[in-house]
Design a binder for this molecule. Structure first.
Ligand code: ADP
Length: 862
């Protein structure tokens, strides 16, 4: 039985090397770049038990690429090293695993800089990182510039270190490559993959891909005992290898732009694809309007209409075709023309139809963009163009949410793979109700394939039922805000005059909320009444009814078209009550942040004194700071993180181009550290300071030392930008300027420091699609709630709160009870536990001695 010669060398070396080079040596923690915590005196804990073999954990990306895959790889590699594993990446997906490393392949000869031969311990006496392979591969530059192919020729399974994944989070696609692999579909191919895993001593695998890739993962795992037995019998592996690698643990991460995986509310890459689509449709809309044209825009999604539906809602499209809900009428052409000609009759100058690539009629005959174009041109006489967005949807930098999702899920994948036992089924990591989840991989794949089968059976209700609740809500909202017919009108005696008012600071998505409120009210027979300029405007009589067409373009605009300010009703409650009566308002929708909640409470408290206040009052949380209690997300809080992340990318880039520099980035957020914390996780900041955590001198000293050590470890001559994110109210004493000065002084020859204050830019220009779609979905629910209250003769006062994928109306008294009035934030904030993950990923915390599943990946309830 001939064992792999490399493994033999490795085994011999392990026996003869001195104790200092055994696995507990920090230098062995990850290729030529060890984790920072192994050599800082930070908060790291002791190394693992001497002599214990480290788990070798490999990560690969497979199938169609999606934005955020790199962030997932980064999180897996860093978390694996933090957990005391040796980290590997497999290039080119399953193809790389089947091919393995050719023995004749080029391996850099400079021992000081080359990655170790697979299976062989690193030469710990070699000086660390003098530039060369690891350093440049680490920044992904070799791969980006095509040189990687040459350097890595014939080598697919690569051991990686801490810094090898530096900067990965902000880059689109997958830097470690992906491929479709026909060989892996055959058992012989999977056996080769198994052999390569054993040869490299890999005992845990994290696979990021779509349902195809994950099916492959499940097969490999299911067949593992058979493969390993056959390999032993053929003499390809030794008895010792057989005994050591009897089990393989696999965990899946869903990387897919389609958001088509059952059992997870969101897949890695879907949100970025939605951004790309919305950017394109927004651009097309302005030219469509100018020329009074119609556009038919095809978007990706295979069997899943998620991208088409969300894009249609976010961009205010006129019509949409998705596979799960084909037109009910056989003559879909006439149904579509009826809707679109009514829009034109109202005075619309543009017509936007969004069509999913898998669209079909109720008999499963494909509906193509050209078919739709012909109908619009021939029947409605519209000057119609077709735009197929194609692969632009896959590309570009990942948006903040995909970075955060991929980071949380990548970290969780490591926890899951290390916690797996031979008896547990392979899990896939998902997100449900804003909590990171694990569920059996095959169940999720089977359920996903169910959707396609349901559609094939023409069981469209069944297909819809397999989507998450948001999908149905959005479908309903789209219909109600685009149809002008009277079928949804409520009885005459239930119709209301609904006041719409904005309070507090502007936030992305406020206009989408107003647009939806106006359209939905009209659809139900209510009268939407706009109150301009907040409660001040109400007192001034700045009030007007809004029309369907008036708000048409509002959905995509930032700021507040109605105008907003911080004045609260208690300043002159009597006059407010008089005005509400004068305008005969039957209910009020108040859009805004913490102030808006307080305003609703003031109105509620004053009801006994003023009869006109006895109307249903609903608050829709909208604030960039996300500081409204109970709700996990406010409208605008996604736009602000995206602005922060884009700014941080640009800032880091400027440093990398010129010098070693630490940027102290100041964010808004008042007493709430949400923007800073999520921004830090998404942008890969080294340090984050929040009002909740504060800043103290001792911590500052540690942080300065930490930054110094990070720079000392960098490749000489290579500039690097690092980020410190500081929430504006993190400390009165240690202001952004003071922090920046301290860092500049202490950094001396290693780095300088600059401050950047993002200020009001965080309120964002164009609201993110996530904020827009959320605004639409929640506003519809708010109007429904006002209707229910009105019908029941009740006059409740509540905020709408997102809790996971669920939505709840929370009485304003309960909201106030959950608020920390002094700091203007919730008493409990679900994202606060992310601090530890930020610290782990920046290399300050070693998890080797922490039990698995100790809550390192925060969830809504942890
Ligand atoms: P995605 O992962 O994005 O759904 P594919 O369906 O093309 O993309 O799958 C990617 C790769 O996963 C395939 O090229 C193949 O190597 C592997 N794969 C897909 N389906 C299977 C299967 N049923 N059995 C084994 N491997 C599979």
């Amino acid at each position: 039985m001939a064992a792999n010669p490399l493994d033999r060398v490795a085994q011999q070396l392990e026996k003869i090397l001195p104790a200092s080079t055994q696995p507990n040596s920090p230098h062995l923690s990850g290729a030529a770049t060890p984790p920072p915590f192994a050599w800082t005196e930070g908060r790291g804990s002791a190394p693992p038990t001497p002599g214990k073999r480290r788990t070798r954990l490999a990560c690969l990306t497979s199938g169609g690429d999606s934005a955020g895959m790199n962030a997932a790889v980064r999180a897996v590699v860093k978390m694996a090293i933090a957990r005391g594993c040796e980290a590997y990446v497999v290039r080119e997906g399953w193809e790389g695993l089947v091919r393995g490393n050719e023995e004749s392949s080029h391996v850099p000869t400079d021992n000081a800089t080359s990655p170790p031969l697979a299976g062989a311990p690193v030469d710990v006496n070699a000086p660390q990182r003098k530039g060369g392979f690891v350093a440049t591969y680490g920044e992904g530059e070799l791969l980006k510039e095509g040189e990687g192919e040459q350097t890595l020729k014939g080598r697919y399974i690569i051991r990686v270190g801490w810094d090898d994944v530096r900067g990965f989070a902000s880059i689109g696609g997958t830097l470690i490559g992906t491929a479709r692999c026909a060989a892996f579909r055959e058992i012989e191919g999977r056996r080769k993959a198994a052999l390569n895993l054993v040869r490299h001593g890999i005992d845990a695998l994290v696979v990021c891909g779509g349902d195809g890739s994950l099916t492959g993962a499940d097969r490999l795992r299911a067949e593992w005992p058979e493969h390993i037995q056959a390999l032993l019998e053929s003499g390809d592996i030794s008895q010792e290898q057989y005994d050591t690698y009897k089990h393989l643990n696999i965990v899946g991460l869903v990387g897919s732009i389609d958001n088509d995986m059952a059992g997870t509310d969101m897949t890695i890459g879907a949100t970025t694809a939605l951004h790309r689509i919305c950017d394109a449709v927004d651009s097309i809309s302005s030219t469509a309007s100018s020329h009074s044209r119609a556009f038919v825009i095809e978007v990706m999604g295979r069997h899943c209409g998620w991208l088409a539906l969300m894009a249609a809602i976010a961009t205010g499209a006129d019509y949409m075709f998705i596979p799960e809900r084909p037109p009910t009428a056989e003559d879909w052409q006439s149904s579509m023309c009826k809707v679109l000609s009514r829009h034109r009759d109202e005075g619309k100058r543009k017509t936007i139809v969004i069509i999913a690539e898998g669209a079909h009629d109720c008999n499963l005959n494909p509906i193509t963009p050209d078919m739709v174009k012909d109908v619009l041109s021939n029947r409605l006489g519209l000057d119609t163009r077709v735009t197929t967005l194609g692969h632009t949807q896959r590309g570009g930098n990942p948006v903040a949410y995909d970075r955060i999702l991929a980071t949380l899920q990548g970290a969780e994948a490591v926890e899951a793979v290390l916690a797996s036992t031979p008896n547990t089924p392979s899990p896939v990591i998902g997100i449900q109700e804003n909590k990171i989840t694990r569920q059996p991989l095959m169940d999720a794949v089977a359920k996903t394939q169910e959707v396609a089968k349901a559609i094939e059976r023409k069981d469209f209700e069944g297909a819809l039922g397999l989507r998450d609740p948001e999908f149905e809500d959005c479908l309903h909202a789209f219909r109600a805000t685009t149809r002008l017919n009277t079928e949804y009108r409520v009885p005459e005696n239930e119709r209301m005059r609904v006041g719409i008012i904005h309070t507090g600071a502007p936030a992305g998505g406020m206009n989408a909320a107003t647009r939806t409120a106006v359209r939905y009210c009209l659809c139900h027979g209510h009268t939407p009444v706009a109150i301009y300029n907040g409660f001040v405007g109400l007192l001034e009589g700045n009030v007007a009814e809004l029309t369907w067409l008036r708000v048409d373009q509002w959905g995509t605009r930032g700021g507040s078209e109605l105008g907003t300010n911080r004045t609260l009703p208690a300043e002159d409650m009597e006059a407010i009550a008089r005005k509400l009566a004068e305008y005969k308002l039957d209910s009020l929708l108040i859009v805004g942040g913490f102030e808006a909640m307080v305003a609703v409470n003031q109105l509620d408290q004053a009801r006994n004194h003023y009869k006109a206040l006895n109307i249903p009052l609903v608050h829709l949380p909208a604030t960039i700071s996300n500081n409204v209690p109970i709700t996990e997300w406010s409208i605008g809080s996604d736009t602000s993180i995206n602005v922060l992340v884009d700014a941080c990318d640009a800032i880091k880039q400027s440093a990398s181009a010129s010098r070693n520099r630490v940027f102290v980035v100041e964010t808004q957020g008042a007493g709430c550290g949400y923007i800073a914390m999520l921004g830090a996780l998404a942008s890969g900041a080294n340090i984050v300071y929040t009002p909740e955590g504060g800043i103290n001198l001792k911590q500052l000293v540690t942080d300065v030392e930490f930054l110094k050590k990070r720079y000392q470890q960098d490749v000489a001559g290579k500039s690097e930008g690092r980020l410190v994110i500081r929430s504006e109210k993190a400390s009165k004493t240690y202001s952004t300027e003071v922090l920046s000065n301290i860092l500049a002084e202490e950094g001396k020859d290693l780095f300088d420091a600059r401050l950047v204050s993002l200020g009001h830019t965080l309120q964002g220009g164009v609201p993110s699609p996530r904020d827009r779609t959320r605004a639409v979905r929640l506003t519809v629910k708010c109007i429904d709630w006002l209707e229910e209250q009105n019908r029941a003769g009740a006059s409740g006062a509540a905020s709408i709160a997102i809790q996971g994928a669920g939505i709840r109306f929370v009485p304003v008294g309960e909201m106030m009870g959950a608020a920390d009035m002094k700091h203007r934030r919730g008493k409990v904030q679900w994202w606060q536990s992310m601090q530890k993950l930020v610290d782990v990923l920046s290399g300050r915390v070693n998890l080797e001695n922490e039990p698995l599943d100790s809550g390192i990946v925060p969830t809504a309830t942890s």
